[in-house]
Design a protein around this ligand. Structure first.
Ligand code: ATP
Ligand code: MG
Length: 162
């Protein structure tokens, strides 16, 4: 459906701040011109909600999360940067596998499915996802999606396969 990316991101941030009881703040920065355009809100929600809730969940209390949303003519780039527990080099290789959880998250609950869903959704959009992380320093996820979306029918077909 048609939606404004800026409003959509602000709604997700608002709902996360409510559910995480404002322990950590997500600080959003928007760059570029945001207008109503066609996006699949379910896919976008899975991508952003999982990455942002990971950033909140794997950060100590009081750690802020920087969320940059940059649009240009062809692409949108989402950058989610936390100052949390970080991900080891070894764990980075397995992050997107279903049920994988790194060994520094023992006392933080989760199923290990979030990122595998994120990766599927990014693939459906024919986008890219990158991770950059250092143990005990923090993690940055970058997602790049094309703004000129492939035909909606194609997207819907791919969703059925997830
Ligand atoms: P859930 O299915 O509830 O999301 P989860 O958060 O454990 O559970 P994923 O979101 O798939 O699962 O993440 C997989 C693993 O990647 C996590 O268990 C954690 O080890 C690591 N991870 C993901 N995001 C971060 C982050 N921002 N900081 C540190 N580790 C992370
Ligand atoms: Mg998760």
């Amino acid at each position: 459906e048609k939606l404004n990316l800026q409003q959509f991101c602000q709604q997700i941030i608002h709902s996360l701040h409510l559910s995480f009881e404002d322990e950590n703040q997500i600080i959003a920065k928007f760059k570029g011109e945001f207008q109503e355009e066609f996006w699949d809100s379910k896919l976008l929600w899975h991508i952003l909600h999982n990455l942002l809730s990971n950033a909140l969940k794997y950060s100590p209390k009081g750690g802020n999360i920087l969320f940059d949303i940059i649009v240009d003519e062809k692409l949108v780039t989402f950058r989610i940067e936390d100052q949390g527990i970080g991900i080891s080099q070894t764990a980075q290789k397995h992050l997107f596998e279903p049920f994988y959880r790194a060994d520094n998250v023992e006392n933080i609950s989760g199923t290990g499915l979030g990122l595998s869903i994120v990766r599927k959704c990014v693939e459906v959009y024919q986008g890219d996802i990158f991770v950059d992380s250092q143990l005990n320093k923090g993690t940055t996820f970058t997602v790049i999606l094309p703004r000129q979306q492939p035909l909606m029918s194609k997207i819907e077909k791919s969703i059925e396969q997830i």
